[in-house]
Design a protein around this ligand. Structure first.
Ligand SMILES: NC(=O)c1ccc[n+]([C@@H]2O[C@H](COP(=O)([O-])OP(=O)(O)OC[C@H]3O[C@@H](n4cnc5c(N)ncnc54)[C@H](OP(=O)(O)O)[C@@H]3O)[C@@H](O)[C@H]2O)c1
Length: 268
């Protein structure tokens, strides 16, 4: 298969790039560096020219992912996360490729016990709003796949953004935010099982736990000296409204990532 990965320098994108490159012809993009195809999503002509090289699947992982940054600068978040979608979808549809669009549990407000794919979206932050807007554009075309992810953790080939936190002397982590975090290496095999689907799928890990518990268990596994400091909505610095309970499930498949102990046993 010929696969295009938009955002192949990122935390998720570089892991997908490494996995798929073992068995497929893969082109990855970044805005510069890492020997990847240099493409800014704002350059619609460049995006079209790249897509027209011909791909079976386009995996879209690129954009503004930092919740605080999106909240501080909504215009930039919309410009990166929403504005490129229609030209991208037009180019993808013209060559008959399939889009796999990575979305987030932040499309939900965090007030329900759990969310399946048919649950009502009600984002409470700018990041979630941009992802809902992008999802709507994808859903207007019926062939494509939206994959909603929870917090993703693990080691990534080109982005150290998760593990780098353990190099600090202190890590603040919320006790009141819970989800089913997904171990990064389990994502690509899950996508391989689900790319024939269209519409929306949720892919999550097997265990529900708080950010504090996850960070403590990873810290203990790594033997890192970092102190994990428990915070909650009253004590944490508020850079962005954050949904508290983001427990996703699937009513469309039974593919699930490992529980945290199994993931940590695999984490070098
Ligand atoms: N990480 C998580 O826990 C998590 C959870 C739920 C959902 N997701 C979703 O998964 C996807 C990937 O997230 P991530 O954590 O891997 O993000 P990331 O590490 O921040 O990577 C983002 C990627 O987007 C690229 N990018 C940013 N702006 C761009 C632009 N204007 N044009 C072209 N490329 C641009 C970056 O490339 P350069 O900077 O090299 O240009 C980078 O490769 C996102 O759709 C996110 O919503 C992630």
């Amino acid at each position: 298969m010929r696969i295009l990965i938009l955002g192949a320098s990122g935390f998720v994108g570089s892991a997908l790039h490494a996995h798929f490159a073992a068995n497929h012809e893969v082109v990855g993009t970044s805005r510069g560096g890492h020997g990847l195809a240099p493409v800014d999503l704002a350059d619609t002509g460049a995006v079209r020219a790249l897509v027209e090289r011909g791909f079976d699947v386009v995996v879209h992982t690129a954009g503004v992912v930092d919740l605080g940054a999106a909240q501080r600068d909504p215009a930039t978040a919309y410009a990166a996360n929403v504005a490129p979608m229609v030209p991208l979808l037009d180019a993808i549809d013209e060559v008959g490729a399939k889009l796999v669009y990575l979305s987030t549990d932040n499309v939900f407000d965090g007030t329900a016990e759990h969310y399946d794919e048919s649950a009502t979206r009600a984002p409470i932050n700018v990041y979630g709003e941009t992802k809902v807007a992008a999802e709507d554009l994808v859903l207007e075309r019926d062939r494509h796949l939206i994959v909603r992810l929870p917090l993703v953790y693990g080691r990534s080939p080109l982005s150290n953004k998760f593990l780098a936190r353990f190099a600090a002397s202190e890590i603040e982590a919320r006790t009141d935010i819970v989800c089913n975090p997904l171990y990064l290496p389990s994502l690509a095999p899950a996508l391989e099982q689900l790319t024939d689907k269209s519409g929306v799928v949720h892919i999550v890990g097997a265990e529900t736990l708080s950010r504090y518990e996850l960070m403590t268990r990873v810290r203990d596994h790594l033997g890192a000296p970092a102190r994990v400091v428990a915070t909650d909505r009253f004590s944490a610095v508020q850079d962005c409204p954050r949904p508290l309970r983001l427990v996703m499930r699937s009513n469309r498949h039974d593919v699930v990532g490992p529980d945290v102990d199994s993931a940590l046993a695999d984490l070098p």
